[in-house]
Design a protein around this ligand. Sequence first.
Ligand code: AMP
Ligand code: MG
Length: 324
Amino acid sequence: MITTQKIKIDIQNPEREIILQASDLIKHGEIVAFPTETVYGLGANALNSDAVKKIFIAKGRPQDNPLILHVSDFNQVDELVFTNDTAKALMQKFWPGALTLVMKAKEIVPLQTRGGLNTAAVRMPDNKIALALISSSGVPIAAPSANLSGKPSPTDAQTVFDDMNGKINLILDGGATNYGIESTVIDITDEENILLLRPGSVAREDIENFLNKRLNSPDKNNLKRSPGTRYKHYSPNIPVYILGQKDFSESEFKNAGYMGLTEPEIIFKERIIFNSPEDYAHGLFAGFRKLESDGVNFIIAELPLNAGIGLGLTDRIKRAAGLQ
Ligand code: AMP
Ligand code: MG
């Protein structure tokens, strides 16, 4: 079994020797968990199939669910994918940031990284630790969320440790992440038909306003283009229901947990109330894990308004409830 080290690192000014220790592991084909502005990632050299394979094994992730390649430099992108003018404009506007762009892949990106597809997903994270790690490694870093496959994504280093202890060498502990839900993924292969594959931390409206055009949803035949959305995701080990989805007795509610923006009238064993949709997004996954470890029998989650960050938040809650 591997010994997993968790090291604190300064988010504003990442210590050079810690970054070097981490990038050395990446260069040697090992995995390092690190913070991004969205959730913690499980990173490996994206151009090394064997290293990337270790991520799939550590997470128990289906092999056909591709990974996002994280870059620290705009020039890296052209080595990995065929870009176009719209993609370039989006990068200038939203990077570093939580917008992932899917484009036609170049041969250099191994099939293992792109789940066998002819496209690859790329983004530049807005986190100094992540950027320092990528640039010190000298390669793009493939990184899915650092949780066991299907579980809620980790928003702090201890949660990564809980899921990954004994499976990876190093966790860089840069404190809690900013957003709490993952990046927005759009497929920009066809500039005339841009697809929103996964709503996330960058609001759909912000992208549409910038491009002055609507993002389309992948139709059923196109689902193959968005492999991650085929699997149940983000769920704790106990059932999650949307508020109003199912009737329960008073005594059942008394053993349940509640998460939402408004105070419930029903009495729950435990409640987590958020002040804003942003707060809710930030605390959703940690809330799932907290309620589960506090021993509630199931979780009732209130849906936010389906706009702005609420779109991604609604998506994650519905998936956790097995409704999407
Ligand atoms: P995760 O790394 O767990 O946040 O998941 C990455 C998301 O990006 C999943 O929903 C993937 O399906 C999606 N993704 C990554 N690469 C591609 C690609 N080449 N085409 C479509 N979706 C992708
Ligand atoms: Mg994930």
